[in-house]
Design a protein around this ligand. Structure first.
Ligand code: UFG
Length: 332
């Protein structure tokens, strides 16, 4: 398939999707975004047309696939807030599972066989030893993770029965923003640690909580594999090159294979921001694993992916830069 075929990015107005759209645009790929703007922002789409609509609208999706001569679908559109998925599971199964089902159906109908899917480390649940490889058991512990796993299963089964070639990327803990400061994470009521800490630095929150200081980890706080959104985004461009080169269906962890604790993250925030944080130690948050780190060898063997931003300082300083952009917009 030639480079002339376009890439459809669903959820391209959202946090991760918008970073991928920007990288695709900068590299000269033809890109079109489909987003219903339920959680995304039109001004985050920095390249190509934005079609405002829903992935479940098969007529619309099929028309977009045809009109833009799409060769690859990158599918980000989904709800992603774990506690919300626990409170409103059917909302997650509707949007994430049925929406993905409709999108796959449209792809098959239009003969689009290259598909990059945003999956999540949440499919692993609580992996023994805290390290998850692609062939580790998948035992999600919340509806969000289950919705991602169900989507993976649909893609796997359809791939076995058709020409569809999905690359399923299981993201670990994404943070940071585009270093040029154009786009970033704008989700209100964020729960992610790096975003919450950045909001505290700019004065939006009175404190940062550490949820659990008695875990079986070196400093007692939870350990995660934090990955810079620019590196996560570039993994999608690598997956695109893999597919255009004829790559077969595959599941890949996208993480650095290295953990940082909550305290290490907050120490880094203090250092980068040059200020002390107000930190409250609180009980464990329900459902949190003590450690979740990627076994990250497979992606490096299969894709041409080379992370460029794998220092926690950079993730934190880019998250802070974006939070300051948002703060200055509020006061403007
Ligand atoms: N944490 C705090 N205080 C906070 C927020 C988080 O101490 O205010 C701790 C958590 O207990 C955990 C760590 O920081 O130990 C990371 O928590 P996040 O909420 O930032 O992220 P999670 O690991 O819970 O989950 C995230 C996404 C999921 C995704 C998962 C994959 O929310 O969608 O990463 O690893 F599935």
């Amino acid at each position: 398939m030639s480079q002339a075929k376009a890439i459809l990015v669903t959820g391209g107005a959202g946090y991760i999707g918008s970073h991928v759209v920007q990288q695709l645009g900068r590299e000269g790929w033809r890109v079109v975004t489909l987003d219903n703007l339920s959680r995304g922002f039109a001004d985050a789409v920095t390249y190509g047309p934005l079609v405002v609509g829903d992935i479940a609208d098969q007529q619309l999706v099929r028309r977009v696939l045809r009109e833009h001569d799409v060769g690859t679908i990158m599918h980000f559109a989904a709800f992603t807030i774990v506690p919300e998925s626990v409170a409103e599971p059917l909302k997650y199964y509707d949007n994430n599972v049925l929406g993905t089902r409709a999108l796959i159906d449209a792809a098959l109908a239009e003969g689009v066989d290259e598909f990059v899917f945003s999956s999540s480390a949440a499919v692993y649940g609580l992996p023994p030893g805290g390290i998850a490889a692609e062939d580790s058991p998948t035992v999600p512990i919340n509806p969000y993770g289950t919705s991602k796993l169900m989507s993976e299963w649909m893609l796997r089964d359809v791939a076995a029965a058709s020409r569809l070639r999905p690359v399923m990327l299981r993201y670990f803990n994404v943070g940071g923003s585009d270093p040029s400061g154009r786009i970033g994470q704008s989700t209100p009521q964020a729960t992610l640690l790096t975003k919450v800490a950045a909001e505290h630095v700019v004065g939006l929150r009175s404190h940062v909580s550490i949820f659990g200081t008695d875990y079986d980890t070196p400093d007692g706080t939870g350990v995660r594999d934090y990955i810079h959104v620019e590196d996560l985004a570039s993994a999608h461009l690598s997956a695109l090159r893999y597919l255009r080169g004829g790559g077969r269906p595959i599941v890949l962890n996208v993480g650095y294979g290295r953990g940082a604790s909550v305290r290490e993250v907050l120490d880094t925030v203090e250092r980068v921001a040059g200020q002390r944080l107000v930190i409250r130690e609180e009980p464990r948050r329900a459902g949190d694993p003590s450690m979740l780190v990627a076994k990250a060898d497979r992606i490096r063997g299969v894709l041409d992916w080379v992370p460029q931003h794998d220092q926690l300082e950079q993730l934190v300083s880019d998250a802070l830069r974006w939070e300051r952009v948002l703060a200055s917009r509020r006061t403007a």
